[in-house]
Design a protein around this ligand. Structure first.
Ligand SMILES: [Zn+2]
Ligand SMILES: [Zn+2]
Length: 294
């Protein structure tokens, strides 16, 4: 278990390191764009560092400092519990199968699980947390880091829980996580690419951009992260072409950090108040009725 936690923490640090390197690449790209193109440094700066970047950065820092370690510990506990209770379905089969096949299967199944988990995140229960990711009106690769801690919790528990329960080896789960991480950055980039024929199998930046639109059919489409085939198969695919529609969530300020982080709590509080009011109303109706009969 401690060895597993070490591996997980190591993985998280690798992610931080990778994000830092990509940040440096973005600065390099920005400087070369100024030098070699005629876009102008102001327009290029606005494209690479939009106003929503502040919230993305704050969420990223909050996740790294506050959320990452408790979440890694929880994932470690889930892993050890499933192993100690023997709930690991096919571990023997995966031990005997060729590594490349196990790796591809793990990636494919993790995206299948992710597809349904993402649909669940669009339900009334989890939307107040998931809406933070969708509120970015100027989506870039850095939007991948814009996830509420509750959203991180649902992703980690469901995705890792299922993969552990199926008995996939840790290296395959780590590999699938790394591919999903970098592919996730790719589908959030600010480019109109549909990927042509490849788009039949893979999610394109245009496809995911349609998922982030503020109104229309795209809002209820394109839940997969890597394989577009899941959306095709379950009837949720919608890619009419490159997406130039307005992104974000109506009624939510995309550059507001605190209110968005507190949104699930305020929704819960409002629901509790309504519940209490309903109980009070039904109790007083009962009292009135009993008064009437007596
Ligand atoms: Zn979504
Ligand atoms: Zn997204």
């Amino acid at each position: 278990m401690s060895e597993f936690n070490d591996q997980l923490l190591n993985f998280l640090w690798q992610q931080l390191d990778a994000a830092w390197q990509l940040f440096l690449i973005a600065i390099g790209g920005f400087l070369s764009a100024i030098l070699f193109t005629k876009i102008g440094w102001r327009a290029e700066f606005r494209r690479l560092f939009p106003s929503s970047l502040r919230v993305n950065l704050l969420v990223y820092i909050f996740d790294a400092l506050v959320v990452a370690i408790p979440l890694a510990t929880l994932v470690g506990v889930i892993y050890s519990k499933l192993n100690s209770t023997g709930l690991v379905a096919f571990s023997k089969i995966f031990d005997d199968a060729p590594a490349w096949l196990v790796g591809i299967m793990c990636l494919w199944i993790s995206d299948f699980v992710g597809y349904w988990r993402h649909r669940f995140e669009h339900s009334a229960l989890l939307w107040p947390a998931h809406s933070l990711h969708h509120s970015d009106e100027e989506m870039t690769w850095f939007t991948l880091f814009r996830f509420h801690p509750i959203n991180r919790l649902s992703t980690a528990v469901i995705d890792y829980g299922v993969l552990f329960a199926l008995g996939f080896p840790l290296w395959a789960i780590g590999l699938a996580g790394t591919v999903r991480y970098f592919y996730g950055m790719f589908v959030h980039i600010n480019r109109p690419w549909t990927l042509g024929l490849l788009g039949v199998i893979l999610v394109s930046p245009a496809m995911h951009r349609w998922h982030h639109v503020q109104a229309g059919r795209g809002m209820y489409s394109n839940y997969a992260s890597i394989f577009s085939m899941f959306d095709r198969f379950f009837g949720t695919l919608y890619v009419p072409g490159p997406c130039y529609e307005k992104l974000g969530v109506e009624g939510i300020e995309h550059d507001e950090f605190r209110s968005q982080m507190l949104l699930p709590l305020s929704v819960l509080w409002t629901k509790m108040q309504l519940f209490r009011m309903n109980i009070f109303r039904s109790t007083s109706k009962t009292v009135d009725r009993s008064n009437g009969t007596h």
